[in-house]
Ligand binder design. Structure first.
Ligand SMILES: [Zn+2]
Length: 451
């Protein structure tokens, strides 16, 4: 499989440190509020990658952390007069509820930052001893000038970065020796949750968590590190800088997905105030529609999600469901190998899910035509559609997906025909057609599917 690598800016073969196995680290959520549509994308893209790799026979270890200690969690805890741990636990349970709703499988490992503080302290101590990190009044900082290729992921040299300015993380604390230095350890303020360290009670910086947990759980030189484009710099740059400073082999490939944007092109995020709650979305739409929208967008393209776009996806799903319904009676068959090969070719080409989905839709069209013509190829085409939609995590609904009121009218249509009341039968048929249903009447009775 070939994937775009953000570090080299090329599409290249996805490495496998151990053939047949793949270790992936995905930066997980900071649990301080409800997940929005962008969070859904941040997990769904890698759920697609993981399901696909597993289907091709690769054993995937996906590690994705929970940041359960952070300024934003502390701010909310303070505002609500609760413990930070209570806020984090509550938000994490909402997170998993949303992930379950969109069919995202649980990661293989889910390390929580607060459970790995000792490892982080050990790591920071090595950096301090080596003179690559220094202690100030408010914490411990990494000296980025001690990292020879700092800026590799930002695709900017340290000097240019400073000339450009504007990065919140780059500027800030006045205790820093260099504006781009970043906190590995933050001294606790009174009343904040704190852990012991040689530099006083405090808590780890966000960039430190992921390095400690990814190296501990996946080992050195793991295959793939991923997250949203907004993490490429500074978060991933700073994770990598620590690994380099420690002399440890870090991720061999970097994958970043594009944002969910509103129609004007603005990123949807909690901090921008235009986010849509993921659970609100799945309560109002077929949860599969969110997955289909992202599949059809491709992970490197920005995507918009609103009611109109969701309804369009729902119509496409109804067409797939109708095909599953129609083809349910066909004899069992192996998936058409030509279709499977075309699908794999698309997926192996930088996770081209829009191309792969086009193969599925094309197969549905051909399958419907084959069923119409009573052509024996229909069974293998239908088996391919079932198999490949399954790989994408789009579980099709066979019988019972036709809404009850439609099923009732189909029954009434057949009853009218049975009673030779053709005027009524025709009126019902016209009504269903006007609502977008393809109505087919054979000796066996009437069936409907989405046009
Ligand atoms: Zn991270």
């Amino acid at each position: 499989m070939r994937l775009y690598d953000s570090a080299t800016r090329t599409v290249r073969e996805l490495p496998q440190r151990d053939p047949g196995r793949l270790g992936i680290y995905l930066c997980g959520p900071t649990v301080y509020g409800p997940p929005h549509l962008g969070h859904g994308r941040a997990t769904l893209v890698y759920d697609l990658l993981r399901r696909y790799l597993r289907w091709t026979g690769v054993e995937v270890q996906l590690v994705s952390n929970i940041t359960d200690i952070d300024d934003k969690i502390l701010e909310r805890a303070e505002r609500e007069g609760r413990d930070a741990s209570e806020i984090a636990q509550r938000c994490e349970s909402v997170w998993w509820r949303a992930m379950d709703a969109i069919g995202v499988e649980r990661p293989t490992d889910i390390p929580r930052a607060t459970e790995w503080v000792e490892e982080m302290v050990t790591m920071i101590a090595v950096l301090v001893d080596d003179g690559r990190a220094y202690v100030t009044d408010d914490g411990v900082y990494l000296a980025v000038e001690s990292v020879p290729d700092y800026g590799l992921l930002a695709h900017q040299r340290l000097d240019d970065m400073l000339a450009g300015g504007g990065e919140r993380e780059v500027f800030g604390a006045e205790h820093k020796r260099h504006p781009a230095d970043f906190a590995l350890w933050k001294q606790a303020k009174p009343g904040e949750p704190a852990w012991p360290s040689p530099w006083g009670e405090g808590r780890p910086g966000w960039h430190t968590e992921c390095v400690a947990m990814s190296l501990a759980l996946l080992g050195e030189g793991f295959d793939l590190h991923c997250g949203g484009l907004d993490l490429q710099f500074p978060h991933h740059e700073n994770e990598r800088a620590q690994a380099v400073a420690l002399g440890r082999d870090f991720a061999h490939h970097w994958m970043h997905h594009a944002f969910v944007v509103d129609r004007s092109g603005e990123k949807m995020s909690k901090s921008l105030g235009n986010f849509e709650n993921l659970l609100d979305f799945v309560e109002n739409h077929d949860p599969r529609s969110y997955r289909l929208i992202l599949v059809q967008a491709g992970y490197r393209s920005p995507v918009s999600v609103d009611a109109e776009i969701a309804e369009r996806a729902e119509r496409a799903l109804a067409g797939l469901d109708a095909f599953a319904h129609r083809s349910a009676e066909l004899a069992p068959a192996a998936p058409d190998p030509d279709v499977v090969a075309r699908f794999r070719e698309r997926m192996d080409d930088d996770l081209d899910t829009p191309g792969a989905m086009a193969v599925v839709f094309d197969t549905v069209t051909r399958g419907n035509a084959a069923i119409d013509a009573a052509d024996p190829s229909a069974a293998a085409l239908a088996a391919a559609v079932r198999e490949l939609t399954g790989v994408l995590g789009l579980e099709l609904k066979g019988p019972a997906t036709v809404p009850a009121d439609v099923a009732d009218r189909v029954a009434a249509l057949d009853a009218a025909r049975g009673g030779k009341d053709y005027a009524t039968a025709d009126a019902i048929r016209a009504e269903l057609q006007a609502e977008g249903w393809l109505v087919e009447t054979t000796k066996a009775g009437t069936t409907v599917r989405r046009a």
